[in-house]
Structures are given as C-alpha cells and as structure tokens.
Design a protein around this ligand. Structure first.
Ligand code: CA
Length: 229
C-alpha cells in the first residue's frame, strides 16, 4: 500500500488533502500536530511520503518536524505545505531537508502530481542500471542509490540523488535549469525553477570541499550548472 502522512492542523484543509489523495489510491495517516506526526511515523515505518504544514499548534513547526524526520530517515519524500505569503519559507523548508513544496491554495491535480512524482522517485525507478558510476573521488551506486566520496558515505535525499545522478551521467556538459527540472522533477511539474538552485545549494554543502567555492558542481551563469570532476 502506498502510504502518505498528512500533517495539517486545519481540519478542512486536511480533509481536502486526505479525500483527494485517497481518491488517487493512497492510504493516508493523519496528524494535526508535530508530536502526533512523529509518533505516527514511528508506528508506520512504511510511510513513503510526508506532507507537512508549516504553521502548527504546539512547540514544533513544520520545519522542526522536517528536521527531525530527516535526522533519522534520508529516504522518505517530504513535501511542505506553504502559504502564499511565506515566500522565504519555501527555501527554508528545502534547506531543512524537504524535497518539494506546494503553495496553498493548491488544486487536487497539483497535489496528486507532486505526491506521485515523489513516489516514483522513492521506489518506482526501474533497476535498469548497470550499478555504478565512478568519477573519483565520487562513486555513485545506482542499485542501492548511495553516494561515496573518498569511500565515505554521503547521505542524500531522493531528490539530491536524482540530481547528482543526472550530473554524473553528463560530465562536463552545461545543463540548463529547465533541463534539470524536467529530468528530475518531471515535465508535468508545476513548480518554479528556483527549486533546482536550492537543491544544488544543498548538494554542494554535502559534496564540495568548500561549498562557497564549488569545484564539482559549477555555475554556468544565466544558464544552469555543470558537473566538472
Ligand atoms: Ca497550519
């Protein structure tokens, strides 16, 4: 069963989300505050995607919940539910480890498309790979979806994995932001191209010797990025 956790304190929004995701074939676990959400995840370790509202009652907001989930699970897909006025929250949310965000009010089609995309990435990808991409000091294992740098494991989210895989498959080639967005998020993605920049920034923090002066993922000004090992 495809399980999704929905953390949202406003009953009418949560019902709207739950009804639409059920209609799309998902099993839903509900929570209305952060403590509940973390408890539900402990009880349901097979949850593959979590939707997290940001403004919540109690002493934990959605960012904190996201941070705590990520501290123990790099594989689960996380989508933040943001309000239109919380422009900066999108970036903050992605930097705390979320994979995506949906801005309220959202349509059922948009929401379902985002959840579907994360599910595809979290396990649906076919095992049609030979197994390894090696470009010293990096070694990407495409069977168990892990990255090593100088034989040290680097923990990646599903999205970060997809981004670096794309880079490693295209060494030395300048990739436009749109190209990266299409390849990683899919052509039916509704979001903004800025999500590419945020994920690249996060990836750099994990893989570069000096993230402020990147030498692996370099910027191609006004265009996109290039993998230069
Ligand atoms: Ca709320």
């Amino acid at each position: 069963m495809k399980k999704v956790l929905v953390l949202e304190d406003e009953d009418n929004i949560r019902s709207f989300v739950v009804i639409n995701l059920k209609r799309a074939g998902y099993e839903i676990i509900e929570a209305s505050d952060g403590e509940q959400a973390l408890a539900q995840l402990r009880r349901n370790p097979d949850v593959k995607v979590a939707l997290l509202d940001i403004m919540l009652p109690g002493n934990m907001d959605g960012f904190e919940v996201c941070r705590r989930i990520r501290a123990s699970d790099s594989q689960i897909g996380i989508i933040m539910l943001t309000a239109r006025t919380q422009e900066m929250d999108k970036v903050t949310g992605l930097m705390t480890g979320a994979d995506d965000y949906v801005t309220k009010p959202f349509s059922p089609a948009e929401l379902t498309a985002r959840v579907d995309a994360l599910f595809r990435r979290a396990g649906g990808e076919a095992f049609n790979d030979s197994g390894e991409l090696v470009q010293p000091p990096f070694r990407l294992n495409t069977r168990n979806r892990t990255l090593e740098k100088n034989d040290q494991r680097i923990k990646l989210t599903q999205v970060e994995y997809s981004v670096i895989k794309l880079f490693m498959e295209n060494p030395g080639k300048a990739l436009s932001r749109e190209e990266i967005l299409d390849a990683v998020w899919g052509r039916d993605y509704f979001g903004e191209v800025k999500i590419v920049d945020v994920n690249v920034r996060r990836l750099r923090i994990k893989i570069e010797d000096d993230p402020t002066n990147p030498c692996y993922v370099t910027t191609v000004w006004g265009f996109g990025y290039k993998w230069g090992v």
